[in-house]
Write a protein that binds this ligand. Structure first.
Ligand SMILES: C[S@@+](CC[C@H](N)C(=O)[O-])C[C@H]1O[C@@H](n2cnc3c(N)ncnc32)[C@H](O)[C@@H]1O
Length: 251
C-alpha cells in the first residue's frame, strides 16, 4: 500500500492533505474573528490574560527592542509589547489571516496603541523578514494551527538575532489524569456549545478542542525547538499543564 503520510497532516482529528490544512484553518479564523476576544474570555474564564502576562514577564523585552508577535491575531501581546519597547522600539504583528489582522488593527487603534506597531500578513512557515532581525518572537496559541511546525520554527530561528529568544505559548498536556478527564469533558462537550451560542459556530470550537489534543506535548515541542537550533530551551507548565510556555534562545 502506498505511504501517503508525507502528504497528509492533521486538521483536528481528521487526516487531510497538507495543502488543504491552511485553507481549513483560514475558514476557522475568518469565522471566529469577530467574536474571538469575547470567546477567549468566556472559554478560559479570563485565565488567558494571566498566561499572556506571564509570557510578557518571561520575554525580557526592553525599551528600543524589535519584537515579532507571530500569529498575533487580535494583538493582546502586541499591545503590551508596544508599551514596553517605547517609541525607539518596534513591534510587528504578523498573522496569516486577514480577518484576524483587521480585528487586531481596529482593537489596537481603539486602545490608543502607539505608532510603533506594524501589521504584516504572513505565513509562519515563510517569514518575510531579513535574517537576524528580531530581539524576541512570540507565538501565542498559533503554532498548533500551522501545517509544517518544523518549517515554521526554523523560519523563526532564521529571523531572530543572535541572543534573541522565542516564546511559544500553547495548549499542552495536563499533568494529572483527573484534570485531563475534567478538561476533556469541558473541551469536547461544553466548548462547542459555548461556540454555538456565542459565535453561532460549534464546528470551529470542536476543531479547537481536537487540535489541542493533536499538538505535541511539552517534551516533544522542546525537542522540536532544539532540533532547529534553539538552545537553553525550557518550559513552564501553566494551570497544571493545560498550557505551557516554551522559551529557547538563538546564540
Ligand atoms: C488562536 S489565534 C491566537 C491569536 C493570538 N496570538 C492570541 O494569543 O490571542 C491563532 C492565530 O494563528 C493564526 N495562524 C494560523 N496559522 C498561521 C500561520 N501558518 N502563520 C501565521 N499565523 C497563523 C490565525 O490566523 C490566528 O489568528
Amino acid at each position: 500500500m502506498a505511504d501517503n503520510s508525507k502528504d497528509t497532516t492533521h486538521f483536528g482529528f481528521q487526516t487531510v492533505a497538507k495543502d488543504e490544512k491552511a485553507g481549513k484553518v483560514a475558514d476557522v479564523f475568518h469565522s471566529v474573528a469577530a467574536k474571538y476576544d469575547l470567546m477567549n474570555d468566556l472559554m478560559s474564564m479570563g485565565i488567558h490574560r494571566i498566561w499572556k502576562r506571564f509570557t510578557i514577564d518571561c520575554s525580557g523585552v526592553r525599551r528600543g527592542q524589535r519584537v515579532l508577535d507571530l500569529a498575533g491575531g487580535t494583538g493582546d501581546l502586541t499591545a503590551k509589547f508596544s508599551r514596553l519597547v517605547g517609541e525607539t522600539g518596534e513591534v510587528v504583528l504578523a498573522d496569516i489571516n486577514s480577518s484576524m489582522l483587521k480585528m487586531g488593527r481596529e482593537k489596537l487603534r481603539n486602545l490608543g496603541v502607539a505608532g510603533n506597531v506594524s501589521y504584516v500578513q504572513a505565513n509562519a512557515e515563510a517569514l518575510p523578514f531579513p535574517d537576524n532581525y528580531f530581539d524576541c518572537i512570540t507565538i501565542s496559541f498559533g503554532l498548533r494551527n500551522v501545517t509544517d511546525k518544523d518549517k515554521a520554527l526554523a523560519s523563526m530561528f532564521r529571523v531572530l538575532k543572535p541572543g534573541g529568544r522565542l516564546l511559544v505559548l500553547e495548549f499542552s498536556k495536563p499533568l494529572l489524569e483527573p484534570l485531563s478527564k475534567v478538561y476533556d469533558a469541558y473541551s469536547f462537550h461544553i466548548l462547542p456549545r459555548i461556540g454555538q451560542l456565542v459565535a453561532n459556530d460549534a464546528e470551529s470550537y470542536r476543531y479547537l478542542a481536537e487540535s489541542i489534543r493533536m499538538h505535541p506535548d511539552q517534551e516533544t515541542l522542546k525537542q522540536m525547538m532544539e532540533d532547529v537550533g534553539f538552545e537553553n530551551s525550557t518550559y513552564y507548565n501553566l494551570t497544571g499543564g493545560i498550557v505551557a510556555l516554551h522559551r529557547g534562545y538563538k546564540f
